[in-house]
Design a protein. Structure first.
Length: 219
């Protein structure tokens, strides 16, 4: 009888525990759903307004149309800004990857004097507030233009250089984190089997750091 009673108490306790776990999971999922809805609500509202027929949004809408999507191509200011943003973003990303990936590999794989300083220098822009970093870049470009006479401020080259400075620490941090759990003996095995260095990087190293490169934010 005592064993039966103990079994019943254990079953009741397990049932209550499972019930609490389910309630907690439902509450967590509900809170996450509300947070996601709060984040996506402005995007959904703006997308809905884009189909309104009238120039000034009003409720209820007078009708729906696709005319504003066609008018985008006729807006030279918007088209020029979009093309400039794409040019700056793509160029800065490629330059940032070309500089940050080798630097991350050197920091993660090599031991050389000043390694800690270089690592800190690469990651330093991450701890600087965005307002301070933007102001510093602006002042630096002004001083450089005054000293050298180069039209750097407001130029495409100046924008690309500023965005490269922002990209490099993110790529360096994420690629270094990806290399932290990577076994270098896999590369050594590929080299011992006769693979050239570029093939080792392309077939062995690059797949391991690809998640870090993909997570690096665009400028």
């Amino acid at each position: 009888m005592q064993s039966v009673a103990a079994h019943d108490r254990s079953a009741a306790f397990a049932s209550a525990s499972n019930r609490h776990v389910r309630i907690g999971r439902w509450a967590l999922n509900g809170a996450a759903g509300l947070a996601l809805a709060f984040i996506l609500l402005p995007l959904a509202l703006v997308t809905w307004l884009a189909f309104f027929r009238q120039e000034i949004p009003s409720f209820p809408p007078e009708g729906y149309s696709l005319q504003w999507f066609g008018a985008v191509l006729n807006n030279k200011s918007f088209a020029g800004g979009f093309l400039l943003s794409a040019q700056v973003g793509v160029t800065a990303t490629l330059i940032g990857l070309a500089l940050a990936v080798p630097a991350s590999l050197a920091i993660a794989r090599r031991r050389f004097p000043g390694r800690g300083f270089v690592n800190t220098l690469l990651l330093m822009p991450l701890i600087v507030p965005g307002v301070v970093l933007g102001t510093a870049i602006y002042v630096f470009q002004i001083e450089t233009e005054v000293a050298t006479g180069l039209p750097l401020l407001g130029s495409t080259a100046g924008l690309i250089a500023a965005h490269v400075l922002i990209i490099i620490p993110w790529v360096a941090r994420l690629v270094t984190a990806s290399l932290a759990g990577f076994d270098p003996t896999i590369e050594e095995a590929a080299k011992n089997l006769g693979a050239p260095p570029f093939t080792v990087f392309r077939r062995v190293t690059l797949p391991s750091i690809r998640p870090g490169i993909a997570r690096a934010p665009p400028p």
